[in-house]
Design a binder for this molecule. Structure first.
Ligand code: ZN
Length: 171
């Protein structure tokens, strides 16, 4: 893809079920990977991207808040409040949009690009995107948040995605 060697990994590829490892030291390599992830997110017109969606098993997330691009290293949800439901899509599940219940507000700890520990308080769409992406780096995808009957209803669609995007190639 233009501007980066990274590519989106799709449902059916093992890396999406991989729990990403913590970053021990923020260095140029990490900063470069975050930049590459931002390029990939922009190219795909995504609101957020987790490292394992790009084939990397490290705890990195990028989010487009609408106002700015956030780069989060080792993000972790400290606290959740309230509940909301929002129609979510995912770059790893092309064409699939489903309503998911999540917390309305979250507090997330992370390191920035300089390795400084910070906390962000988020609500609305930003809170939803952060919860979606932090799930990813823990090996959890949005369909896991559905009740069982909801997942059963999607079985055929999921099989189609798995077949169509095998090895990252669309037929
Ligand atoms: Zn996703």
């Amino acid at each position: 893809m233009k501007g980066t060697k990274l590519r989106i990994h799709f449902w059916g590829e093992k890396i999406l079920r991989t729990k990403c490892r913590q970053v021990k030291e923020v260095n140029d390599e990490i900063r470069k990977l975050l930049d590459q992830m931002c390029v990939l997110m922009k190219n795909c017109d995504g609101m957020g991207l987790a490292a394992n969606q790009a084939g990397l098993d490290i705890s990195l997330v990028v989010v487009n808040s609408g106002k700015e691009i956030l780069k989060l290293i080792n993000p972790k949800i400290l606290k959740r409040e309230g509940s909301t439901e929002f129609e979510e899509g995912c770059l790893s599940f092309p064409g699939l949009y489903i309503n998911i219940k999540r917390a309305r507000k979250v507090w997330v700890s992370y390191w920035n690009e300089k390795g400084e520990p910070l906390t962000i308080e988020a609500s609305g769409i930003l809170a939803v995107v952060l919860q979606h992406e932090i799930d990813h780096i823990n090996g959890v995808v949005f369909i896991d948040r559905l009740p069982l009957w909801g997942r059963i209803k999607l079985r055929k669609r999921l099989k189609e995605i798995k077949g169509k995007y095998k090895n990252g190639m669309s037929e």
